[in-house]
Design a protein around this ligand. Structure first.
Ligand code: UDX
Length: 427
């Protein structure tokens, strides 16, 4: 099948390479020329495990990237995977999706029936009220001359390829029966073991927000419980151990720590809050989820101050910049507010991350270490901001850690290694 994908970000590119590996002819469209060139030369424009390998195999063969929408002609299905960032007030910015629809409308003028699938995260009713009217500027009628579906993605950075190959569910929101059936057939043929949920467009849009809001709520919930546990000298991870066997609770996504970051959870919860407010609802729970999350990095500073006194002039190593392990992505990383606050406190900050690069705004204000050892050798206080497995190596660096304290913002050690001084953010 000839498949078009608009937006070669982490969702579009991961999905495109997987579909190419299934033998489809994939056309990726992106406005970023440098990115398009990189993809065509078989190189991944960002770090995502497994992506490089698939690109090397398929780029220039059955996967081609382009900046021009003409390449989408003759596609049977076109997925829109462009970003939906936050506006200043936290509400969702749909301009990239609208822009893609404007350009697609031009293509629609000259094509036969094609199925257009919105994969970008958009607030309920956006497809019906915002995108279909733009697509119909082509003079063609949605549900008759072209199909429309809303098919949210649930990929996690760092495991996007595997997540797409083994989707835990496929949600298909359809404008009409024909569109929904076409997308369902496509998924059944390519991913036969994934359950499919068929709904209407606005329900599919809501499923995505409700899923991410629920995940974020779990994290803020366990962080709040953890903050209480800390006062009582209780290990919140042991509390979860005792909760998880209840099938109504389960043990996933209850890792307490410095909070959630990334390109989706914070942005989507904020967008849902704004959207609910517009509808005249006050989303009290969701507001607390964000509030708890924003305060967690400060807690890592507070516990350190309580233990070692003022941080002014002290050398502090921050281990981890990425918003989680397995990615170089810094978006909404909790490491950033942590570093900013440390600098405000007058600390000298040394950072180390095995993959992620220092964001421009911190250039010149912090020192970068080239290795874990270098970071901890120089510092007297160590703070862990990302759950990189690599940080377990600290266990082997006891000589450089003598007399120093490690403050865990992410749980690295379930059992404190003998000879290391470790204190958890909420355990
Ligand atoms: C998330 C959703 O999981 C995914 O379904 C959606 O498509 C995109 O957003 P992602 O942003 O890749 O995926 O990261 P995720 O693994 O969900 O982690 C988000 C943040 O929460 C990270 O900062 C992570 O460290 C943190 N987290 C996660 C916790 O603090 N505790 C947990 O128990 C789990």
């Amino acid at each position: 099948m000839k498949i078009g994908i608009i937006g070669a970000g982490f969702v579009g590119l991961s999905m495109g390479t997987v579909l190419a590996s299934k033998g489809h002819e994939v056309v990726l469209i992106d406005i970023d020329k440098a990115k398009v060139e990189k993809i065509n030369s078989g190189e991944a424009p960002f770090y995502e495990p497994g992506l490089d390998e698939l690109l090397r195999k398929h780029a220039g063969k059955n996967l081609k990237a382009s900046t021009g929408y003409e390449a989408l002609k003759n596609c049977e299905i076109i997925f829109i995977c462009v970003g939906t960032p936050s506006k200043q007030d936290g509400s969702v910015d749909l301009s990239y999706v609208k822009d893609a629809c404007e350009k697609l409308a031009e293509i629609l003028k000259e094509t036969g029936y094609v199925l257009i699938v919105i994969k970008s995260t958009v607030v309920p009713t956006s497809t019906e009220k915002e995108f279909i009217p733009i697509l119909e500027k082509s003079g063609k009628k949605a549900g008759k001359d072209f199909g429309v579906c809303m098919n949210p993605e649930f990929l996690k950075e760092g495991t996007a390829i595997r997540d797409f190959l083994e989707q835990d569910r496929i949600v298909i929101g359809a404008l009409d029966e024909k569109s929904g059936n076409m997308l369902e057939r496509f998924y059944r043929e390519n991913f036969p073991s994934s359950p499919i949920v068929r709904v209407d467009l606005r329900t599919a849009e809501m499923i995505k927000y409700a899923s991410n809001a629920f995940l974020a709520t779990k994290i803020s919930f366990i962080n709040e419980i953890g903050n209480i546990c800390k006062k009582l000298n209780i290990d919140v991870y042991k509390v979860v151990e005792g909760m998880k066997y209840d099938p109504r609770i389960g043990g996933h996504f209850l890792n307490a720590g410095i909070g959630f970051g990334g390109s989706c959870l914070p942005k989507d919860v904020r967008a849902l809050i704004k959207f609910a407010e517009k509808l005249g609802e006050e989303p009290k729970l969701l507001k607390s989820v964000i509030e708890i999350n924003e305060k967690q990095p400060e807690r890592l500073i507070e516990i350190a101050k309580k233990r070692v006194g003022e941080l002014k002039g002290r050398k502090v190593a921050v281990l981890g910049l990425a918003f989680k392990s397995g990615t170089s992505d810094l978006r909404e990383t909790r490491a950033l507010p942590l570093i900013t606050k440390l600098l405000e406190e007058g600390a000298e900050v040394i950072v180390y991350d095995p993959v992620a690069k220092l964001p421009d705004e911190l250039n010149g204000s912090v020192k970068i270490a080239n290795s874990l050892k270098e970071a901890v050798e120089e510092a007297e206080i160590i703070k862990i901001a990302t759950d990189w497995e690599h940080f377990r190596e600290l266990e082997k660096m006891k000589e450089c850690l003598e007399g120093k304290i490690i403050f865990e913002g992410r749980r690295i050690f379930d059992e404190k290694p003998y000879g290391l001084e470790i204190e958890g953010i909420c355990w």
